[in-house]
Ligand binder design. Sequence first.
Ligand SMILES: [Zn+2]
Length: 267
Amino acid sequence: MPELPEVETIARDLDRAVSGRRIVATRLLWAKTFDARGPSLRSLRGDRVTRVHRVGKFVVFDLESGRHIAVHLRMTGQLLADGSSGLPKYARLVLAFEDGGRLVFADARKFGRWRIIEGDPRDALGIGIDPYDPALTPERFHELTRKRSMPIKTWLLGQRYISGIGNIYASEALYEARIRPTRPAGRLTRAQSGALLAALRNVMRKAIAYRGSSVDDYVDGAGMPGEFQKKLAVYGRSGEPCRRCKTAIRRVVLAQRGTFFCPVCQH
Ligand SMILES: [Zn+2]
């Protein structure tokens, strides 16, 4: 599932590809792809995309009308800015632009969702602060973990306190910060909280530079895979030697998610 670096890569690509373009037609090929509780898909006709950016793990399209489209890619969703005719096999939703180009949402497993938001996207989506928000100081990060007894890795995945982090980068950042994924969030020391925030920012910044990790179906806005999967230190490496101490990387399941760590250098 795409996480912050993959969604950031897609959003940056799409910002270049579709910002400034006016929507003239919409087509929904799989009804559940569009969350119809808000404004209708049809209401996008005549509106113009002013900017594409990331909010948590959502790709958000700001519109001239002041509204926003929020897209969650889930397992297999792909946003493809595409000028050609003919649709990809798993096309679920299409926006056609005034200039003849279009944006196609393809989604083999059909879990991806689109919705239209009026008001602030982060509030509407109910998600916490962004890891790169300058307001997220080490002190604030530490404060957010207080009195939380869940494992720190599960806390990172929750989206409620801090948003954008998923399974891959939680494991990677905890390894870099030398923190055991099972440690209760509320038991991190001030120094560990600071190290973890720095590791999250560092690992995901590098992943963005490599255009994300393609461990499942992730592709960028041009349909190309990322490269960071080759750089992962622990994720998917159970039984392989730790790059610091050579101990075999271990895999455990936390909150139904595969979790990778070094049993020697993470405490
Ligand atoms: Zn180790």
